[in-house]
Design a binder for this molecule. Structure first.
Ligand SMILES: [Fe+2]
Ligand SMILES: [Fe+2]
Length: 216
């Protein structure tokens, strides 16, 4: 586990045969939020560390970008430890989760919505999540400038704990059809993302990005 930027803890595994990292992030704000639950195995592994970081505090939210094991698999592990937790996701994931037997709290949101709670201001973006072509979500925490990008800015390599500096708009322009197949959907998302100025990109896979055009 690494505190990759202030109050944001990165948990990772590296899979050598495919040269790939998978990350989850705990933002230890008040209230706290986990970006991506990880798989069941990862969730079991990171739960003790999360408990240590949060101490007496509860984990209040898990942000689920889209329904895939690295994003949503570990939810039951956290639900058992923190029964009051709430999953923030899109409509489709909300339906899928109940189909998988999840009976806890869900906030199902869509593009442009803002969730405000204590130190959190979560701005949501529709995310047609590549191969699954699902209506997923991405999230900018506006107070800290942390943007959780799920698979959108995915890179290969063993990048556990690594951050590079890059220009946000260059990163947005570099989103290819490999990440979002449909031209219209990709351009729409790029257009929305050009209107924000994140300070830090917490990626689902690869190295994180400290943005050079930050206004924070
Ligand atoms: Fe995915
Ligand atoms: Fe992923």
């Amino acid at each position: 586990m690494t505190e990759i930027t202030k109050n944001l803890y990165q948990f990772s595994i590296y899979i050598p045969p495919i040269d790939f990292t998978i990350h989850q992030y705990l933002y230890a704000s008040e209230p706290s939020i986990l970006f991506a639950a990880g798989t069941v195995q990862q969730a079991k592994q990171i739960l003790p560390e999360i408990k240590e970081i949060l101490g007496d505090r509860e984990l209040k939210y898990i942000f689920v970008s889209h329904m895939e094991s690295d994003e949503a698999g570990g939810i039951p592990v956290f639900k058992k430890e923190y029964p009051g937790l709430t999953v923030i996701c899109g409509d489709l994931a909300a339906r899928e989760l109940s189909g998988y037997g999840y009976e806890g709290n869900i906030i199902a949101e869509c593009d442009g919505e803002l969730i405000e709670d204590g130190e959190l201001r979560l701005r949501l973006f529709d995310y047609p999540a590549e191969v699954h072509n699902q209506n997923g979500l991405l999230c900018l925490e506006e107070n800290s400038g942390i943007f959780y990008s799920a698979d959108l800015m995915l890179r290969y390599g063993n990048e556990v704990g690594n951050t590079i500096r890059s220009d946000w708009h260059d990163e947005v322009n570099s989103i290819t059809a490999e990440r979002i197949k449909d031209d219209k959907q990709r351009k729409e998302l790029q257009c929305s993302l050009h209107q924000i100025d994140p300070r830090f990109v917490a990626v689902g896979h690869g190295y994180c990005i400290e943005c050079e055009c930050d206004t924070f």
